[in-house]
Design a binder for this molecule. Structure first.
Ligand SMILES: [Ca+2]
Ligand SMILES: [Ca+2]
Ligand SMILES: [Ca+2]
Length: 612
């Protein structure tokens, strides 16, 4: 009897121990990704004009990161980093581009969580693959989806259809075109959480708010209007273009953020109502820096980048550093901040660790579970690497952040690369370039940049073709009169040298007019011709390069060396010519601006083998 009693006690103790040691329950995860919301757009990050009481409350109950980085400076690559756990030097998708989708071999966080028993739902903008492609949400680990697979379709809030997974297929289904489609996504997300709250679930709420189109339902706009219905902000009305004209875009932007804020407040209440708040990690962040409204200027008005320089589309801190709040009552410490640097490619590693999944799928990431559990983050990235191109200006930016130091290398068309070195601790707004003071540090960081950058699989993301040409020194130019140091320029109204407006000598040939134009010429439809001769100081075959938006032509000694007389965004063209030292060769350079942006540059690079 006694022995038996002891045995049963032992058994009870063993059962209890077994219970204590069983794997921790898989937490639910709700990952909220705002679109183009800046580092300074939330009250808890210093915003004073836009109201975000619920997110501020969430931050006071959770952990606020002050050095969290998005995957990239624009949507698609940032989301690719988030889903595939790869930084921009390794990622498959490295920029916004048409018809580029995740491939079969690009395993996503959602696929891994789904395989581990999570029910997965995505609501909002996907942007990594349309229906029927290899990046289709159905193939990428989603049980449920309501939103838009296509990034451009996702710009519009009033539409006739929305994309959904219906019976295992992603299809476009009709919706009430008077309904703000963001609300449909939110309703479906809430429904999904209610229906699945007993399972471990993963919700990716990729809200399209506050990305353009800047429009909200009247009821939401009202709080930013005065009693006469005027915006309380100094508005810059939008005349129309991609979207309908609108006189209150600033109020709309603020109202979109406050609307999102309110829904997040409701979401946290829902978790409490369902009794799952202690087993649900909620993260709020944004996919890249602020776009700054239709004119790009609105971010100044709202200080959407906070103290940071730049915004969407560049690699200054304002383009990539984003708000990041983690909330999980009882697990994530309340009311704390951390300045440990982390980035989107750490998310898969982190969520997999929380879910008890061991995987080698996401090697670029480091789990920040210790931070979420209020512990010391002992393993940190030695540095973070980013790259981003702006195709229409042929510019390619790379950056590496190592501790307090940040190096940015910018290559633009045929110009030599520009290096900027900042100390983020002393100069968070990146206003003092220290590159010339610390050449060794620049070299060392550039070496690391090279190692992190793998050649992209897709040509559209490859900028290695940009030549390292140098400006042609003015000492080789002779004007039409044979005077050293310049060429004679003729500036014409019209695309085909129609009407000479004036003549002036130029000494350098890199012009970025943008939407402007040279003095007294129209913004669109002008042409320039430079004449004179070139008198090289060394004999050799020279590669000449033009970078022009739109066209350019180069003649040397009556021979057409570069022939690019077409209307297009900026393109680099090249041609070579053998020049002998001391000889003088007649030169004619022509430039054409048709419409849109305007820029022109010419450079050269001497070939290694000289023909003496
Ligand atoms: Ca975005
Ligand atoms: Ca123009
Ligand atoms: Ca143009």
């Amino acid at each position: 009897m006694l022995a038996n009693k002891n045995n049963s006690l032992c058994l009870a103790a063993l059962v209890m121990m077994a219970c204590q040691h069983k794997a921790p329950e898989k937490p639910n995860v709700i990952f909220i990704l705002a679109d183009d919301l800046g580092y300074g757009d939330l009250g808890c990050y210093g915003q004073s004009l836009i109201k975000t009481p619920c997110l501020d409350q969430m931050a006071s109950e959770g952990l606020r990161f002050t050095r969290f980085y998005a995957g990239s400076a624009v949507s698609a690559p940032s989301r690719c980093a988030l889903m595939t756990g790869k930084h921009m030097g390794h990622a498959y998708i490295r920029n916004n581009a048409k018809n580029v989708f995740l491939r079969k071999e690009d395993t996503t966080l959602s696929q891994v969580l789904q395989q581990a028993g999570y029910v997965t739902g995505m609501f909002g903008k996907w942007g990594l693959g349309d229906s029927g492609t290899t990046g289709d949400p159905v193939l990428k680990g989603w049980n449920a989806f309501t939103g838009y697979t296509d990034q451009v379709k996702a710009h519009f809030y009033y539409q006739k259809t929305i994309d959904k997974i219906v019976q295992g297929k992603t299809c476009s289904v009709p919706v009430d075109s008077t309904k703000y489609t963001y609300e449909i996504e939110i309703e479906d997300a809430f429904r999904f959480i209610r229906e699945n709250h007993r399972n471990p679930f993963f919700v990716y709420l990729a809200t399209r708010i506050p990305h353009a189109e800047l429009i909200v339902p009247a009821g939401d706009l009202k709080q930013y209007l005065d009693k006469d219905g005027h915006s309380i902000f100094q508005e810059v009305p939008y005349p129309g273009g991609e979207f309908k004209p609108f006189d209150k875009p600033y109020a709309a932007y603020a109202a979109m953020i406050t609307k999102l804020d309110k829904d997040i407040g409701r979401l946290l209440l829902l978790l409490k109502e369902l009794g799952i708040e202690k087993k649900t990690l909620v993260i709020f962040t944004s996919d890249n820096g602020p776009a700054g409204g239709y004119d790009g200027q609105m971010k100044k008005y709202f200080s959407s980048s906070g103290p940071l320089r730049g915004g969407k589309g560049n690699l200054y801190e304002g383009g990539i550093r984003v708000p990041f709040i983690a909330w999980w009552p009882g697990t994530v410490p309340a009311g704390k901040t951390t300045d440990v640097p982390a980035a989107f490619w750490d998310i898969p590693a982190t969520l997999c660790e929380l879910a008890g999944i061991r995987t080698t799928t996401f090697p670029d990431g480091i789990s920040f579970v210790p931070l979420l559990q209020g512990r010391e983050q002992n393993i940190q990235h030695p540095f973070l690497y980013f790259e981003h191109a702006v195709p229409w200006e042929l510019s390619f930016m790379q950056t590496i952040c190592e501790g307090d130091w940040k190096l940015i290398k910018t290559k633009r068309n045929i110009l030599p690369a520009v290096y900027e070195l900042f100390n983020l601790r002393e100069d968070v707004s990146e206003s003092h370039n220290l590159a010339s003071l610390y050449p060794d540090r620049v070299k060392e960081l550039e070496e690391k940049m090279k190692q992190e950058h793998q050649a992209p699989v897709l040509k559209v993301f490859d900028y290695s073709f940009l030549p390292d040409a140098v400006s042609i020194p003015r000492t080789v130019w002779r004007d039409e009169k044979g005077e050293k140091g310049s060429l004679t320029g003729y500036y014409f109204d019209g695309k085909n040298f129609d009407r000479l407006v004036y003549k002036k000598n130029d000494t350098a040939f890199h012009f970025i007019w943008g939407n402007g134009s040279p003095d007294r010429l129209p913004a669109d439809g002008f042409s320039v011709r430079w004449k004179g001769s070139i008198c090289p100081e060394e004999t050799g075959t020279y590669n000449f390069y033009t970078a022009a938006d739109d066209g350019a032509r180069l003649w040397i000694n009556g021979q057409l060396v570069i022939d690019d007389w077409n209307a297009h965004g900026v393109e680099v063209h090249q041609g070579s010519f053998l020049l002998e030292k001391g000889k003088s060769y007649p030169v004619c350079i022509e430039y054409l601006e048709s419409s849109g942006g305007a820029e022109f540059g010419i450079g050269w690079k001497k070939k290694n083998i000289d023909l003496k």
